[in-house]
Ligand binder design. Structure first.
Ligand code: C2E
Ligand code: MG
Ligand code: MG
Ligand code: MG
Length: 286
């Protein structure tokens, strides 16, 4: 043999490391180009009232499609966007798209809201409130139409996030704590924030009915949210066992594949109409 096996492995490893590093370096540049070339769009996932089956809102989820390529999931590029600060431009693009696509719909459906995901960097621009007001103001919407979704991670800097959230709440923007249970916020911290909704992370919904240790946490989260006076939205509801469990324990709202996957807005509206007709035909779902 010309090359001993160990050296071969080393080369393979070095190659993999170089490729990974290149990818990390290339990503911000590609995101920047993607923003310029309008490669980002938004998918809308229904948020439903578990008691009535009615669609009461949506979550705006960003998608990235490069020409000829597959749709890239946010989990693959949001971390790089957050590290590079580009997330702020993505947030602005999402706001712009939501207003263009759904602004008229929101104006004619006053109790409907669309959740937009905000990152920690969005709280550090100094003008988050103005950015959100500008978005809703352009389409002349009541601020209740746009819900701010923030994760525990996004709220780590309490001195920055606290006053901004209070101001947002004062302006009438509903606020949801997202992916709840995956972070480390203390009860007293949560209590100090002006929240409206608590979104139960999908990892907990997934565990319902499985007997997994995680499933034991769900009732605690529900009790805590109730104590804090927060309404709950369960994420990732995929089957009726999960839905019934949540409904029986007083969780009002949910989203997940059982009700609808994230989809383009025209499809969303068509499906919402069908859903409303079905609810009218069977006014008391069990
Ligand atoms: P998230 O805010 O917790 O969004 C919910 C995620 O769960 C979405 O993944 C959605 O497609 C997925 N999901 C919904 N229902 C189900 C279900 O029944 N089963 C399963 N297995 N999955 C379900 P997505 O769209 O890939 O987004 C992933 C994460 O990326 C989001 O988690 C959010 O943290 C982040 N993200 C998405 N869009 C944006 C954005 O515009 N800005 C920021 N900052 N973050 C975003
Ligand atoms: Mg979210
Ligand atoms: Mg979430
Ligand atoms: Mg989640």
């Amino acid at each position: 043999r010309l090359v001993p096996a160990g050296a071969g492995m080393g080369l393979v490893l070095a190659f993999v490391i170089v490729m990974l590093a290149r990818r990390q370096l290339a990503l911000p540049a590609a995101i920047r180009a993607g923003l310029r070339r309008h490669q980002f769009h938004v998918a809308y996932q229904p948020i439903v009232d578990l008691g009535t089956g009615k669609w009461v809102g949506a979550e705006a989820l960003v998608r990235w499609r490069r020409p000829g390529g597959p749709v890239i999931s946010p989990d693959e590029f949001i971390p790089a966007a957050e590290q590079s600060g580009l997330i702020v431009r993505i947030t602005d693009r999402v706001l712009e798209l939501v207003m263009n696509e759904a602004g008229a719909f929101l104006a004619s459906h006053p109790h409907f809201h669309i959740g937009v995901n905000l990152s920690s960097a969005d709280f550090h621009t100094g003008d988050l409130i103005e950015r959100l007001q500008a978005a809703t103001g352009r389409a002349s919407l009541p601020p209740g139409s746009l819900m701010a979704e923030v994760t525990e991670r996004g709220l780590l800097d309490k001195d920055v996030a606290g006053p901004i959230l209070s101001a947002l709440r004062g302006q009438g923007f509903p606020i949801a704590i997202d992916d709840f249970g995956t972070g480390y916020s203390s009860l007293s911290y949560l209590e100090s924030l002006p929240l409206n909704y608590l979104k139960i992370d999908r990892s907990f919904t997934e565990a319902i009915g499985t007997g997994a240790a995680t499933s034991q946490v769900v009732p605690h989260i529900i009790r805590m949210a109730t104590d804090l006076g927060l309404q709950m939205i369960a994420e990732g509801v995929e089957n009726s066992v999960q839905r019934d469990f949540l409904l029986e324990r007083g969780v009002q709202f949910a989203q997940g594949w059982l009700f609808g996957k994230p989809m383009p807005f025209p499809e969303f509206v068509a499906m919402m109409d069908e859903q409303a007709a079905a609810v009218r035909a069977a006014p008391t779902p069990s």
